[in-house]
Design a protein around this ligand. Structure first.
Ligand SMILES: [Zn+2]
Ligand SMILES: [Zn+2]
Length: 163
């Protein structure tokens, strides 16, 4: 997503766009197959551009516990400072753009923002009971049969004797 910075005056630039997230890191790309709604606001003060980005999309995740696929709202925002010109940058957080730039490419910033906001843990819901490691029962939908299967062998002997 590129924004034209040539005609920004005293009034901040506000724009809304629908974008595809095909440029984000391959590590997380599969989770964001839908288009994203992006709102951008750019304030210009001399050679400084303060860019506020808000992004919303419908994420497609796989639950870490039960392996079910589920949809989730993804909503993230970020502010990034760009500075036009040459010379040493005093602040590492600032991104330098060339003197003659007519636009700012927001793709790298959005890609970074997606990585930072991608959930560490993907759960279909907080109470997800997952899959039983013994019998493979999907515990959100069915009861585990392990108690029937795994009888203590000593009891099993006793049970046979009693028969
Ligand atoms: Zn789950
Ligand atoms: Zn089980």
């Amino acid at each position: 997503m590129k924004i034209n910075i040539q005609n920004i005056g005293i009034q901040p630039l506000e724009l809304d766009e629908e974008i595809r997230l095909d440029f984000i890191s391959p590590l997380i790309r599969e989770y964001y197959p839908n288009r994203a709604a992006v709102h951008v606001r750019v304030e210009k003060i001399k050679r400084d551009y303060r860019v506020y980005i808000r992004l919303k999309t419908q994420a497609h995740y796989t639950c870490d516990r039960c392996l079910d696929e589920f949809e989730s709202d993804f909503d993230a925002d970020l502010e990034q400072h760009f500075q036009q010109g040459r010379g040493e940058l005093l602040d590492e957080e600032v991104i330098r753009i060339a003197e003659d730039s007519t636009e700012i490419n927001l793709d790298p910033v959005i890609a970074e923002m997606m990585l930072l906001n991608h959930p560490q843990k993907l759960l279909c819901n907080d109470g997800c009971r997952g899959i039983c490691p013994n019998c493979g029962a999907h515990l959100n939908h069915e009861e585990c049969r392990c108690t029937e299967i795994h009888i203590d062998p000593r009891w099993e002997k006793l049970r046979r004797l009693l028969k």
